[in-house]
Design a protein around this ligand. Structure first.
Ligand code: AMP
Length: 577
């Protein structure tokens, strides 16, 4: 890590912000935070190349909040985010970091949300507004959002906003804010359109990118599990049941999480302990000593606390929370495979953190393979194995069993039962609290793994082409025959459908513009009459001709439900013109 000794208190954050950060349990600033916070506090514009999971939200929220004037209710900070989910998430983060600032208000605004409620809340005033570009533009046009005293503006996931066709809206909004504002742009990638926004609207921005050249040892097997279908703790428990491990170091992000996870593991019968930066050196060393001496099998650690730990028997590293960057990843997994032994590193990746996984693979020039969570049958087999192992150990030892010989022999004779029957009953009793036979619900397949397996089979991948989030629950993806080449904008499409088909904007989901067509998410219970009405609407002179989206031509992924029918078989709702 690049943040060897830096702490949050070194960063000149305001007292209430610092207090909130301490409360949240962050130990040290992440690399992007260590670089961005001083620059933003110094009043500079920044361009941050960072993806979700790097701690980028706190990287702008903490310094900006440190400068907010809570005695005034006008909007001082505006964050533009591509999706409603991100807007909500960022607003929640602001709320958390401002927990010690009374009189503070943050307001998320996004399309599909009740307009009247938003207007009311805007009137009441919020120092921070986090919104999607379309809705922010709406409010600016209606004069319901006043940005005349705006001091800070953030473009979050700028490349995603570009991909979703919001870039003109973003420029328009930038032009309607004071030129004196401080601007921070965050983007995982830097396509030329984003570069152009940065050069046009930012003042000599400081570019922040986290060094990403790292090497991992070849003696460490690396796998990841995409969090889906079950929570991380249950997944972890399943893995621990079947992984033959000696000792494990697990990594989490916060001090609080080290303690919580260690307690949960202990409650499940593992000998686990937490190690974090709150512990003094002596206690920390004593804990590591216990791991060495096999008094402890699992250590739950933060990056800082685990730095430099060198214990040969560590057979596994589990990244329960994904690290901020590949450098931290390399440090973490280097805690296993010590002294020439082999080791295994398991990484948990939430769907939102997918890009961080790709970044780690890229930086380490190594592919991390997807793992399947052990099934009920696999866990059963492991438990049965253990059960027999216990029996074998006694058989092979010189344990005196004569007392039991008499006891059970007599019992069988008295009850007139076969010794086999008795063995069954005893086996049943032995495992009652922890049944040998495990039945588990099947876990949903991991979309990234599926996609990779498809591309491994030589099928076309949609990466870079129609890479996108799938539709939200209750929505289905459709295709309409108007796109960028027709100068269509998401706002035009939403407006036309809302006005002409009478669909509420809340019912209109994600829109993605492509050159000659667009995709659009609509409720999957929409009736045929509504579909036909939408199909006949004109936007920019083009009839929409709504049809179910089948994803990129033929074999490509991206279509909901994994249907890859050729395009010419698509279901049309109308052929009006
Ligand atoms: P982000 O990249 O902003 O989406 O943040 C990813 C996650 O990292 C969030 O769950 C944050 O709460 C967490 N996080 C951010 N900064 C820190 C930090 N300095 N220490 C520990 N966790 C952090």
């Amino acid at each position: 890590m690049t943040t060897e000794t830096l702490t949050f208190s070194d960063l000149a954050l305001s007292a209430p912000v610092l207090k909130a950060v301490t409360k949240v349990g962050y130990e040290v600033p992440s690399p992007i935070q260590a670089a961005a916070i001083p620059a933003l506090l110094a009043g500079k514009d920044i361009v941050g190349l960072a993806q979700t999971g790097t701690g980028k939200t706190a990287a702008f929220a903490l310094p900006m909040l440190s400068q907010v004037d809570v005695t005034k209710s006008h909007t001082q900070i505006l964050v533009l985010a591509p999706t409603r989910e991100l807007a909500i998430q960022v607003a929640e983060a602001f709320q958390r970091y401002a927990s010690e600032m009374s009189g503070f208000h943050v307001l998320p605004i996004y399309g599909g949300q009740d307009m009247r409620g938003q207007l009311r809340q805007l009137k009441r005033g919020a120092q921070v507004v986090v919104g999607t570009p379309g809705r922010v533009m709406d409010h600016l046009r209606r004069n319901s959002l006043d940005l005349s005293k705006l001091t800070n503006l953030v473009l979050d996931e700028a490349d995603e906003m570009l991909r979703m066709g919001f870039i003109d809206d973003v420029s328009w909004i930038l032009e309607h804010t004071p030129a004196t504002r401080q601007t921070a742009l965050f983007s995982a990638t830097m396509p030329k359109e984003i570069r152009r926004v940065a050069t046009t609207y930012l003042r000599e921005p400081e570019e922040i990118r986290i060094a990403n050249e790292s090497k991992t040892g070849a003696n460490i097997e690396q796998v990841y599990w995409m969090v889906s279908g079950t929570n991380k703790l249950d997944a972890l428990t399943r893995i621990l049941e079947v992984e033959p491990f000696d000792a494990i170091i697990m990594f989490v992000r916060t001090k609080t999480a080290t303690v919580e996870l260690a307690e949960k593991l202990e409650a499940r019968g593992y000998s686990a302990a937490a190690i974090n930066g709150d512990m003094n050196q002596q206690l920390r060393e004593r804990t590591i000593e216990r791991l060495k001496n096999k008094k402890l099998d699992i250590l739950v650690a933060t990056d800082v606390a685990a730095r430099g730990i060198d214990v040969e028997r560590v057979s596994h590293v589990i990244n329960y929370d994904i690290p901020y960057d590949s450098e931290a990843y390399v440090h973490r997994i280097g805690r296993t495979g010590r002294a020439g032994r082999s080791g295994k590193a398991i990484l948990f990746v939430a769907p939102r953190e997918k890009r961080l996984l790709f970044a780690i693979e890229k930086a380490t020039s190594q592919r991390i393979e997807a793992m399947k969570l052990p099934s009920g049958d696999t866990i059963t087999a492991a438990r049965v194995d253990q059960f027999f192992q216990g029996i074998n150990e006694v058989l092979e030892s010189d344990q005196d069993l004569s007392f039991f010989d008499d006891l059970l022999g007599n019992y069988c004779r008295e009850k007139e039962i076969e010794p086999e029957k008795l063995a069954m009953v005893m086996a049943y009793l032995l495992q009652k609290d922890r049944p040998l036979q495990v039945k588990l619900a099947d876990i949903k397949p991991d979309p990234v793994r599926e996609k990779r397996e498809r591309s491994d089979r030589g099928e076309r991948s949609d990466r870079g082409e129609r890479r996108s989030r799938g539709p939200e629950e209750g929505m289905k993806r459709f295709r309409i025959e108007v796109g960028r080449n027709h100068n269509a904008r998401p706002g035009d499409i939403v407006g036309a459908i809302a006005n002409e088909a009478g669909l509420q904007s809340r019912q209109i989901g994600q829109i993605k513009l492509f050159d000659t067509f667009s995709t659009l998410d609509l409720p999957n219970d929409m009736d045929a009459a509504m579909a036909q009405k939408i199909a006949s609407i004109h936007v920019r002179g083009q009839v929409l001709s709504l049809s179910e989206d089948r994803g990129p031509a033929r074999k490509g992924a991206g279509a909901p439900g994994g249907s890859f029918k050729p395009r010419n078989k698509k279901k049309k709702f109308a052929n009006t013109k």
